[in-house]
Design a protein around this ligand. Structure first.
Ligand SMILES: [Ca+2]
Ligand SMILES: [Ca+2]
Length: 140
């Protein structure tokens, strides 16, 4: 294995993080494993927020997070210092990683929430601020 100085992702760290989540070692993370590990890492987190985060990280909607989806998610949260659940949701919602929540991405979030009152596209930063204030999803 050559040095990976071009990649800013530490594959070993990613493997360790993935294994932390993948409690039964079946190479996918289910929603229970995700919720358990989030709780271990962050203390109590509103289960609805954890669930929303899980659904957004699960890009293909298979109800499990595979390594590819996990790495895609981790690569987006890299730049954030001590991200909390709101930051994590913001990153997960930004599927293409351009720091904006475009119309397709915002639709996906609202679909996960079972809502149809889709707001206008916004930046990830704006999205996270609204999320913190409870303005995304209302009931969260
Ligand atoms: Ca999946
Ligand atoms: Ca985006």
């Amino acid at each position: 294995m050559g040095a990976s100085n071009s990649a800013n992702l530490d594959i070993n760290a990613l493997e360790r993080a993935f294994k932390l989540f993948d409690e039964n070692g079946n190479k996918t993370i289910c929603s229970t494993e995700f919720a358990n590990t989030m709780k271990e890492l962050n203390g109590y987190v509103n289960p609805q927020l954890t669930d929303l985060c899980f659904q957004l990280v699960d890009l293909n909607g298979s109800a499990t997070i595979d390594k590819k989806e996990f790495i895609s998610f981790m690569s987006k949260i890299q730049s954030i210092k001590s991200p909390d659940i709101y930051d994590l949701i913001g990153c997960a919602a930004d599927v293409n990683g351009d720091h904006k929540i475009n119309a397709t991405e915002i639709y996906r979030v609202y679909q996960c929430l079972g809502r149809t009152d889709i707001p206008q596209p916004m930046t990830v930063q704006e999205f996270v601020v609204k999320l913190r204030k409870g303005r995304i999803g209302g009931k969260l």
